[in-house]
Ligand binder design. Sequence first.
Ligand code: AMP
Ligand code: ZN
Length: 477
Amino acid sequence: MSVHLYNTLTRTKEEFTPLEPGKVKFYMCGPTVYDYIHIGNGRAFTVFDVIRGFLEFVGFEVTYVFNITDIDDKIINRAKEEGVPFNQISERFTKILFEDLEALGVAKASVHPKATEHVGEMVALIKTLVDEKIAYDVDGDVFFDVSKFETYGKLSGKRLDELRAGVRVSVDKNKKNPLDFALWKKHKPGEPFWDSPWGQGRPGWHIECSAMSMKYLGATFDIHAGGTDLVFPHHENEIAQSECATGENFARYWLHNGFLNIDGDKMSKSLGNFETVREVLAKYSRAVIRMFFLQKHYRSPIDLTEEGLHAASSAVKRLTTFYDNLSSLTAGLGDSQAGPAMSPGNTFVKMRSEFVDAMSDDFNSPAALSILFDMVREANKLIGKQMHSDEELLTLSYVKETVDAFDQFLGIVDRTESDFHSSDLIGTLLDLLVDVRQELRAKKEWGLSDKIRDALSEIGVAVEDKKSGPAWRKMDK
Ligand code: AMP
Ligand code: ZN
């Protein structure tokens, strides 16, 4: 089994071969912490969380770095507006970010480096570039000279001469070339600053990601990810400055998620057309939001619509009901016995491997979900039977183990909605009612026993008389 992924750098789908067999070094551009994250950011963080989880599922050991940009113009501006120190803003929104990530079911990264804690590494990197005359200092501002990097534009597919033609006037008189970008920004009154060989100042945004990724993953690492808006200039600049400083290739595979749009426009803070992750989570569970993202391929754009969220909601309900019933039927059976006992020709074994193949094909989650729902349909036929042989129960136990394993990285079974089984109280009450009904039947009090069964049916619980005794299950809606 091999994983293929679309690499923005080569514009082709490639077989993924990590530098070190079995290990993946993965960097994801995190947010600038100056406000609540919106659901578009939520998409980026969720899809890469799923990709990371899938890579772990297929056996890779993943070192996942998700940085926090905690020094930037936007943070400084907000701090000025509120009249507070800049770190009060960044600390407040870092805390909120982690709460939101947890609420979305995004797992903690191996490291969450903060830019302000890595200024020393950034200064060292800039110094190398200045010493090599690839960067220049103009009165305390340091710029990267793009003309020194021959392959500038290789990620975005832009050519330097085309880019030059597109930029007529340089916004900054200090730059030799309008495309040159800031590595170090000279200190301005009222702004935070650090010491450097070029005087007091603060790092530019691009150098932050180069310094933090290379510190934790090495000069060359496997995957670098972010939204498509970051391809140019952010990632292009990261490549230029990192490769010039080290003389080595920087990231080997570049993954970019498509945008989440609203009413035809990309969702962004600057356009003011955003809904925060919190606002959406107040209306829909995390499972629904994740399902909504995963119903589209991570590279495709996605429209945020009520219909889309409702469709995701129905899909989550169907899966969760299914999962509840599976859990109820297989309670007490060990998952582990099922795997080895299954024959390779078994429908569910085949479906499991088709699902993994779909995910291995550039993380094609819509195709994988459609296989998962085929599995639900097939297994529901078994669940609906009055009697279950030991072999059927073992098969269902295998299906449950499969859904559990997939859901570790998908996160689309609604564990909060999974009420009948997660709530001990409801489960115990249902067991009690089923027992009472059984005693009534033993006394041939059919009227009352049927009344209990009908009343339960009205609230969506079926009571079935099985070989092993009566049992209840949640009905499909
Ligand atoms: P930012 O804080 O703007 O740098 O965004 C953090 C991450 O979210 C980056 O990887 C962006 O590319 C991504 N992102 C921003 N807006 C959207 C959007 N509307 N849809 C999908 N991803 C986005
Ligand atoms: Zn970055």
